[in-house]
Design a binder for this molecule. Structure first.
Ligand code: AMP
Length: 401
């Protein structure tokens, strides 16, 4: 008997991540990554969960269309076992228009396109994936799952910048926030694990990966987050600066005699952990360097954890209760050192981690705090954005919304 499955696509400008998730048990059938699109090194690597088989397909100069054709070929090669029920797309920016995931129609595609100025690197690539599927498999239902949608519950006092109000009205300048799918996923896991009331809870979720953000959640809704109009704001990230003084642009453009575009590129690609350490944007390598006594690596870790703690504390300001602080993402799920240093910077919160649980990245409950001394929990929860996208895609397609 054939198994129904959903294809999840995360289409970037030069890469494409995909996974095939089975409907009946939400398990991952295969997961793949196409990299270096439009270059001689373009290739697809696929991991098959059932057999643990790995496959690499070299496709020199392949574009999105060629890659997607190949991905669909791979899936149809399993058509005796798998029947594709739909495609879920990660779409980075849904502006104020999209407050939830939605079935993709021509009108929805136009509205996603209208958000392109807000995410010029990401949204056009996401649209390319949508258009390719429409061309190759026009009958297949597609769903857009937006990175911004979960944060659409943030109130005006938290999303407005103190700029002339017409910039918001006419240009859409406001805080949007990103990583919404991940924050929502770990929130649901925390509510379930701690048996919290979905209508009455308070959580801080910290998604710490190459890109990082913190989200304050009240009664299962995002009420504030550290990223802003763009994913450059907030925390120190791999290569992104996070928050800086708005006066810094004028100062550096003049001092370094560079253009605004060059400075924007420095803030996005040469700052953060890479800029501070002068060595690497990779947290694991940075921790190893710091251990060998590398001073700038140690400083980068200190700044990272201090800024993170500061964001956690400031975003807690409008919570009426705090049930848990949740760490997720490559760094949040794996680095006991970063979690410990962050908690150390939050002395006023009176948190204490249980050392063995922290070292082991938590037990099956994910809790890493001492039950005796901490009034609320610190948790490690593995995020799974693909699963969240697949679940939302299935739910929308099955309900025909
Ligand atoms: P992501 O973007 O979620 O895949 O996370 C990538 C980041 O997680 C990189 O900076 C990795 O170095 C970091 N990371 C993964 N494992 C560890 C670890 N054991 N300790 C510290 N950082 C880690």
């Amino acid at each position: 008997m054939k198994q129904s499955a959903y294809l999840v696509l995360n289409s970037g400008s030069s890469s494409l991540k995909f996974s095939l998730i089975l409907s009946h048990n939400a398990s991952t059938h295969l997961i793949g990554l196409a990299e270096c699109l439009n270059s001689p090194d373009a290739s697809i690597s696929i991991n098959y969960s059932e057999t643990a088989k790995k496959q690499t397909i070299s496709l020199p100069d392949a574009d999105h269309k060629t890659i997607l054709n190949k991905v669909l070929d791979v899936i149809t090669a399993h058509s005796d076992k798998i029947s594709l029920a739909g495609v879920g797309h990660r779409v980075v920016h849904g502006g104020e228009k999209f407050k939830a995931s939605t079935l993709i129609t021509n009108e929805v595609q136009q509205e996603i396109e209208a958000c392109n100025p807000l995410a010029p690197l990401h949204n056009p690539a996401n649209l390319l994936g949508i258009q390719q599927i429409s061309t190759l498999m026009p009958e297949l239902p597609q769903v857009a799952v937006f990175d911004t949608a979960f944060h659409q519950t943030i109130p005006e006092k938290a999303f407005l910048y103190a700029l002339p109000y017409e910039y918001y009205q006419e240009l859409g300048v406001r805080k949007y926030g990103f990583h919404g799918t991940s924050h929502q996923f770990v929130m649901q896991q925390a509510i379930e694990t701690l048996d919290l009331d979905p209508e009455s809870n308070g959580l801080i979720t910290a998604h710490l990966g190459n890109g990082s953000s913190v989200c304050a959640i009240k009664n299962s809704k995002s009420i504030d987050t550290s990223m802003g109009l763009t994913p450059l704001a907030g925390l120190v990230m791999g290569t992104r600066s996070g928050d800086i003084d708005p006066g810094l642009h004028a100062f550096l453009v003049k001092k370094l005699d560079i253009s605004l575009e060059q400075l924007t590129s420095i803030l996005n690609k040469k700052s953060g952990l890479l800029g501070l350490s002068g060595e690497t944007n990779d947290m694991r390598k940075l921790c190893q360097l710091a251990e060998t006594g590398h001073l700038k690596a140690q400083i980068a870790l200190e700044v990272f954890c201090y800024v993170l703690a500061k964001q956690i504390a400031s975003l807690s300001v409008n919570l009426e209760q705090l049930n848990a602080i949740v760490f997720t993402g490559g760094i949040g799920e794996n680095s006991a050192l970063i979690r410990q240093k962050t908690v150390d910077n939050l002395a006023i919160f009176k948190l204490k981690l249980e050392p063995t649980l922290n070292k082991n990245n938590g037990d099956e409950s994910g809790v890493i705090s001492c039950s005796k001394t901490s009034s609320y929990k610190v948790m490690v929860i593995a995020t799974n954005e693909e699963l969240m996208i697949a679940k939302q895609t299935q739910s929308i397609i099955e309900s025909g919304e």
